[in-house]
Design a protein around this ligand. Structure first.
Ligand SMILES: [Zn+2]
Length: 283
């Protein structure tokens, strides 16, 4: 497999182009619903034959698949390309969501300005986005960090449930210990760690302990973490005062600006009030 460094320049071009022209994926025609092919144009051959002109050409799915492989290596999902600020529609949204959007954008601009000057991210404030399910947390943090890739800064995505599950599964591998440590070092030392949905679904002791190590290490090395969670004060109980306190404390800039966005429900508020998927119901 190609190294990320080698393919990064081309990837950036592709990503930029794709982010500029991205349209949501068309639904597959129903005739293909039962097909096993990822690409119904070339049937996964990578080559398409045009009988009219009697020529073969490379199927455009090859490029799509290549990009997907590279995004996978930084743990970004393919739809990260569609999660830009411009695609986050603010019309009719709750002021809490609009404020979080503006904060994310401001934070992102700060990092990008720094990256443009060729500086690394050491010592920048962390960014936290606390919000109820469906409020757009993942979209906003993705939009905030993805532009950095263009400047050689690679955010590493860590999804609380999925990544911990995959990571800890290596404990059962024959050469698991090596793999576990390799992943740990990557999480510890990456340019920018993005932890999505802290404490979602599970707060296993082993995960919480491992997470303490991550937060503590990155705090001491002044390496930023961008994170989201459905919880706020509950994080203190789930994670410990030390870990949660650090997560909150580090969102403060040297000038005292707090990069901790909140899209949380008030007590007794309709649980769907901040959920985009149900927005129409409230308009
Ligand atoms: Zn194809």
């Amino acid at each position: 497999m190609e190294g990320i460094e080698e393919v990064m320049p081309q990837l950036l071009e592709r990503m930029q182009a794709a982010r500029a022209n991205a349209t949501p994926k068309p639904k597959k025609p129903s005739a293909d619903d039962f097909s096993d092919y990822d690409c119904h144009v070339c049937k996964d051959e990578g080559i398409v034959f045009d009988p009219e002109r009697n020529v073969c050409y490379r199927c455009e799915c090859l490029e799509r698949k290549r990009l997907a492989r590279i995004l996978k290596s930084v743990n970004m999902s393919e739809d990260a390309m569609y999660k830009t600020f411009d695609r986050f529609h603010l019309d009719g949204l709750d002021p809490r969501v609009v404020a979080a959007y503006e904060l994310a954008r401001e934070y992102s601009d700060g990092l990008v300005a720094r990256a443009k000057k060729g500086k690394d991210l050491k010592g920048v404030p962390w960014f936290g986005l606390l919000g109820t399910s469906g409020s757009g947390k993942t979209h906003l943090v993705t939009a905030a960090v993805a532009p950095l890739i263009e400047y050689g800064i690679h955010p590493l995505f860590f999804n609380w449930v999925q990544s911990f599950t995959e990571w800890f599964a290596h404990y059962n591998d024959p050469d698991g210990a090596h793999k576990v440590e390799e992943i740990r070092q990557r999480i510890y030392n990456c340019d920018l760690l993005v932890v999505d949905d802290i404490c979602k679904e599970s707060q296993k002791d082993t995960w919480v302990k491992e997470f303490y190590g991550i937060v503590d290490y990155r705090y001491r090395k002044q390496l930023p973490i961008v994170y989201t969670s459905e919880y706020y004060s509950e994080l203190i109980g789930f994670l410990s005062k030390a870990t949660a306190g650090r997560l909150f404390e580090c969102t403060k800039s040297p000038k005292g600006k707090r990069y901790l966005g909140q899209m949380l429900l008030a007590e007794g508020e309709d649980p769907l009030a901040l959920d985009h998927r149900f927005k129409e119901l409230f308009m």
